[in-house]
Design a protein. Structure first.
Length: 431
């Protein structure tokens, strides 16, 4: 609209209105630029994974003096595989032969011996039976030494696969290493074929890992940039506490469907990347990403009270979740600790102190008198047949240790039977 106005002939009021509108646009653009610059400083821009932003030059700070440690953290020595003793055979002054001695000091030397490759020729000797003239040749029994009919042993193939997949070394570097360190000269084709054999052999186990991940109640997923053979790409990982599954693909949501399949219904733990949004099952977002984004929001809007309250509530929930599964048993909530770590009232009855247990769970001497066995109760609380007869001549303390007996009651003025008089039962004996 302003382009249609001839500024050279416009009056003063029109020019002032145009200037005001332009100033308003400039102010809004400046605010937007400030927001974008602040987000960039907080790491909010999306870059190729693995590409770190250039670090800002910080002014040199004077080094602080190191605090003395309460105890030393010296390097611990390894267990020696051999011991070499260095002694002086003769006195350097008079030439007298020396013997005995003591260890004055020791020195540790760690080294690797140069182990050349071992080439074993297996010769199969044919023999003829002198009776039936049959030619007997032994069969090859090298299942634990070599894969199939190839010449590379299991240990060598395992080393090649580890250098290729774990150390991520090129084939030519692996070829150089085997030649330089072990004296084995292998062609590039033999090294490539060894890795392909391992891949084919592990295909069944790889399928089993994938099936176990799909059957897991919780799966953690993530992806990162992975350049291979000069081409950019992404490597994905789907993990459980016991399984890890890796594959290299693009960055589309089809990778999630390819790995998890249609039958997976567990919890998917991931960051906020859009490729995970279409999963219909329960999701758990990565706490590190969530808390970092909340921190960025609070930095961008420091005066928003509702945002601050919401952020505090999320942090409180996070603290409760980490305490619930804390590695230290003492840091977990009481109901999640082992029984012996819980307060007495939270433990099972058999784990509580005797005074905290129900009466029937306490030792007999700790129970109320009516809950004890009859022979443990006071005499007046026992059944009549368990009480000592009146005017019993021996000490009543001997009674509980005696075999229970039924005595023939006599009147109080009647004498106790002697050894020659008949009685029923067994009398208690006291020393």
């Amino acid at each position: 609209m302003d382009a249609e106005i001839d500024l050279s002939t416009a009056d003063r009021d029109v020019l002032i209105a145009i200037i005001e509108r332009q100033q308003a646009i400039i102010e809004s653009l400046e605010k937007r630029i400030a927001q974008l610059e602040g987000r960039d400083k907080l790491g909010g821009t999306r870059r190729m994974p693995g590409l770190k932003p250039k670090a800002e030059q910080q002014p040199a700070q004077p080094k602080k003096p190191r605090k003395p440690r309460p105890h030393g953290f010296a390097r611990t020595r390894m267990t020696p595989t051999q011991r070499v003793e260095h002694v002086v055979e003769q006195c350097p002054d008079c030439g007298t032969q020396l013997s005995g001695g003591w260890t004055q000091r020791t020195r540790e030397v760690i080294d690797l011996p140069r182990i050349p490759g071992q080439v074993t020729e297996h010769a199969y000797i044919a023999r003829t039976c002198p009776q039936c003239q049959r030619c007997c040749t032994p069969t090859a029994q090298l299942e634990n030494m070599v894969m199939g009919k190839q010449r590379l042993g299991v240990n060598l193939i395992s080393l090649i696969a580890a250098l290729r997949e774990e150390a991520r070394l090129p084939f030519r570097t692996i070829q150089w290493y085997l030649d330089t360190v072990h004296g084995l000269r292998l062609s590039l084709g033999a090294i490539v074929d060894a890795t392909q054999r391992v891949a084919r052999k592990a295909q069944a186990e790889l399928t089993g890992i994938l099936e176990r991940i799909r059957g897991s109640p919780v799966v953690h997923a993530d992806e990162t940039g992975w350049r291979e053979d000069g081409h950019n790409g992404y490597v994905w990982t789907f993990s459980t506490p016991t399984e890890r599954y890796f594959l290299r693909r693009g960055r589309g949501k089809a990778v999630v469907d390819e790995v998890l399949g249609d039958q997976f219904a567990g919890v998917l733990v991931s960051d906020f990347y859009a490729a995970y949004h279409h999963y219909d099952g329960p999701k758990q977002r990565c706490w590190a990403h969530l808390l970092r984004d909340i921190h960025d929001l609070r930095a961008l809007y420091p005066d928003d009270d509702r945002l601050a309250q919401w952020a505090d509530a999320i942090h409180q929930l996070y603290r409760q979740a980490t305490a619930f599964t804390h590695p230290s048993e003492q840091q977990r909530p009481e109901q999640q600790r082992p029984e012996q770590q819980r307060p007495e009232q939270q433990r099972p009855e058999q784990q509580r102190p005797e005074q905290q247990r129900p009466e029937q769970q306490r030792p007999e001497q700790q129970r109320p008198e009516q809950q004890r066995p009859e022979q443990q109760r006071p005499e007046q609380q026992r059944p009549e047949q368990q009480r000592p007869p009146p005017n019993w001549p021996w000490n009543s303390a001997c009674w509980p240790s005696a075999v229970p007996t039924r005595m023939t009651h006599r009147p109080p003025n009647q004498a106790v039977p002697t050894h020659g008089e008949p009685h029923q039962g067994t009398l208690p004996l006291c020393g």
